[in-house]
Design a protein around this ligand. Sequence first.
Ligand SMILES: *Cc1c(COP(=O)(O)O)cnc(C)c1O
Length: 433
Amino acid sequence: MNYYSTNKLAPLASLQVAVVDGLASDRGLYMPERIPALPAAFFDHIENLSFQEIAFQVADAFFGEDIEKETLKQIVYETLCFDTPVVRVKENIYSLELFHGPTCAFKDVGARFMARLLAYYIKKQGQKEVNVLVATSGDTGSAVANGFLGVEGIHVYVLYPKGLVSEIQEMQFTTLGQNITAIEVDGTFDDCQALVKASFMDADLKRHMNLTSANSINVARFLPQAFYYFHAYAQLKKIGKADNLVVCVPSGNFGNITAGLFGKKMGLPIRHFIASNNRNDIFFEYLKTGEYKPRPSVSTIANAMDVGDPSNFVRVLDLYGKSHAAIIADISGARYDDDQIAATIKKVYDETGYLLDPHGACGYRALSEQLQPGQVGVFLETAHPAKFKATVEPIIGHEVSIPATLKAFMGGKKQTVSMPNAFASFKQFLLNE
Ligand SMILES: *Cc1c(COP(=O)(O)O)cnc(C)c1O
């Protein structure tokens, strides 16, 4: 299967080119040229399949022409070394818990898959070492660093803003060593992203090293996220709750929801989607007005959704032939400020005992407000609440215990490279590598 660019100016690319390059040469995002429908028989018996079996069928539909079955199977099975259970929170509202992976956020799925696929291509083509540059405001860096840890032929540089990520997040990518280098930039997340972008454009660096990106613009990171939408459906079907399903996705860069929309196009019976925003409500405004007006992000307690110009918006547009009418037929919006997010965490905890993280709280609240009689809602609980301990504890007035997977990072030794916020310095650093 080939991949086209959303800007339609770059030539079609193979899966390998799309994965290794990340972004198309016309700066567009790659899209698979076909969205394969899965057979009815698959959905008839999906509730009897394991997560890995379901995921392999979905992966095979996209990548089966390009990767041998056994290899693809191994990549899928290794990626999914953890479950994504659906848990009941309240009558007809369920949480799809995506935080049982190594770094306790949904990004583990895409990052682990991409690392393995990239490693496969490096080995197969005898390609020289690939260097992954990733800017992070917290969760992406940890998922990518841990997903790529120890993978031969790949070196990862994580750029993060000094003093602006939580201690737990920082420990998850600064203590690993091996093929992971953490770079502490004296600047903001936007500055980190600007350094990464400037590196991709730089001719000297291009000559010096193979560079690629591991954020959700990469098809190998965003498409595998479709796996758990199918798995959620299977779990709800098993308990007779899947007939009239609404899925709510706390959204920032819109990679996660885009994968769900792909699932729907493949035949997954999801009736409707809700994209829930925090105060960075560019998509919410787009649904209301039909106009897309990006603006600088503001910081909120659901910080992984603090995005002012969601990269995957162009993929959503492309999927729906740029039709606003078609988009609002499938997707509704919601937006919540910090007070509303905090109030939701407290209310749900007090009433049900279920502890939401700030992102999941946006998802839960949109369902509780928009679900119609006869519908069942599932929201994506995108991270473990302990990752946001300092925010969540004062809200509920209790201590939040840290899962063992997160605790394991706390004992490590922090190793970072200090970097001024200057491209010349960063470039020199990479040229010396
Ligand atoms: C990245 C992230 C999001 C936003 O996901 P997108 O794919 O960027 O829309 C939501 N919640 C958490 C916890 C995240 O880490």
